[in-house]
Design a protein around this ligand. Structure first.
Ligand SMILES: NC(=O)c1ccc[n+]([C@@H]2O[C@H](COP(=O)([O-])OP(=O)(O)OC[C@H]3O[C@@H](n4cnc5c(N)ncnc54)[C@H](OP(=O)(O)O)[C@@H]3O)[C@@H](O)[C@H]2O)c1
Length: 341
């Protein structure tokens, strides 16, 4: 892939439908609602859905639902022809007013700031899923979840797989497992076809684990981490997988890990960034072997392997930072090993 020069180009690349997605759109009946659309992933996912439907030559409404606390997201989405609906998903009455669509991608969640405001995190990750699973009981639902519902595992395990028993560490991860259980419950009771999409770290260059590491290298800050390893996936691939997952929903729920092929070492990644940036890297602590690691082999069987390799993502990220690319200033806190986000 070429060097990504600006945010416009980045936004376009994050929303490129694969041939597989364009074909899938032809088979997928009905409109799509994307709930919690105004986040780091939702904006590019809404645009991807719109472009994929257009390329498939079919008419499909894409509804982007969020509170739109940041108006820029709303403006961007509307400029791309996506219908936005302002809604607080915590408010059951507001949820009941949402148009019923055959397809739903659920992305609303709360992670950071959990420590000290646990009640809001639990409400967001439990009441909101209940409101939405109940309202959209006759839809197909892909519900975003996280690899944090698994325990930290050693690199020799190859990463957690979907049949492993969840053992979430800390209240954020516990609330995410509860989010899954609520979707599972409604899927069983109402026969709602559902897929739990367990993601480990999307890379969009403006945020993500690679951004967190790269910024430290660029600013000559030492790398200290308690977690030594991680997985990543290009956000464009993660977005494609989310929409393709609509055709793999089932009752009882289907579960799918989503990430890239490799287990990456924090220290080796930092050294590679340093080599590209021409920076001396100071590693103070290499971190423990036990890390949040997803094994996404099942998703590769469904959709094929991600289109951009980890090595290429590291290069793209390093160049983005060197060229003064924008940052969201939303660190992933990937180095947290005690669940206190
Ligand atoms: N990005 C990753 O690498 C990653 C990794 C693992 C899991 N995930 C999961 O994937 C999902 C999407 O990720 P993301 O990074 O895009 O998350 P995000 O940036 O937190 O976006 C979620 C969006 O949901 C909206 N929202 C929050 N509360 C709401 C409410 N009460 N009513 C309506 N909308 C609400 C917010 O926009 P408004 O303020 O405008 O409402 C927020 O920006 C999340 O659930 C996250 O846990 C992401």
């Amino acid at each position: 892939m070429q060097t990504i020069e600006n945010e416009n180009i980045l936004d376009i690349l994050l929303s490129q439908p694969s041939g597989q997605l364009i074909e899938a759109m032809k088979k997928l009946p009905g409109d799509i609602s994307i709930l919690g659309a105004n986040g780091k992933m939702g904006i590019s996912l809404c645009r991807l859905a719109k472009i994929a439907a257009e390329k498939a030559g079919i008419s499909k409404n894409i509804y982007a639902v969020s509170r739109f606390s940041d108006k820029d997201g709303k403006e961007k989405l509307e400029s791309w022809g996506i219908k936005t609906i302002t809604c607080d998903l915590l408010n059951e009455k507001e949820v009941r007013m949402l148009p019923l669509t055959e397809n739903v991608i659920f992305m609303a969640g709360r992670k950071f700031g959990t420590l000290g405001s646990e009640p809001l995190t639990w409400a967001m990750n439990t009441l909101v899923p209940a409101n939405c699973a109940s309202h959209y009981k006759n839809s197909r639902i892909v519900a975003f979840s996280t690899g944090c519902i698994y325990p930290l595992v050693s690199t020799s395990s190859g990463g957690s797989i979907e049949t492993d028993h969840p053992e979430p560490v800390g209240e954020y991860a516990q609330s995410c497992l509860c989010r899954e259980r609520i979707f599972e419950h409604f899927s069983l009771v109402n026969k709602t076809p559902t897929l739990l999409y367990r993601l480990n770290y999307a890379t969009d260059l403006r945020y993500g684990v690679l951004h967190d590491i790269g910024i430290k290298v660029w600013n000559n800050e030492p790398i200290t981490t308690r977690v030594g390893y991680f997985n990543i996936i290009w956000q464009g691939d993660a977005n494609n997988a989310a929409l393709l997952s609509l055709l793999h929903t089932s009752s009882p729920v289907n579960i799918l890990n989503i990430t890239g092929e490799d287990i990456l070492s924090v220290s080796e990644t930092a050294k590679e960034m340093g080599r590209i940036m021409g920076k001396q890297v100071k590693i103070i602590s290499t971190g423990k072997d036990a890390s949040y690691l997803n094994n996404a082999s099942k998703s590769f069987d469904y959709f094929g392997k991600p289109t951009i390799s980890s090595k290429e993502l590291i290069r793209m990220q390093a160049e983005w930072i060197m060229n003064g690319g924008t940052a969201l200033h939303k660190p992933t806190h990937f180095e947290t090993d005690n669940g206190n986000f």
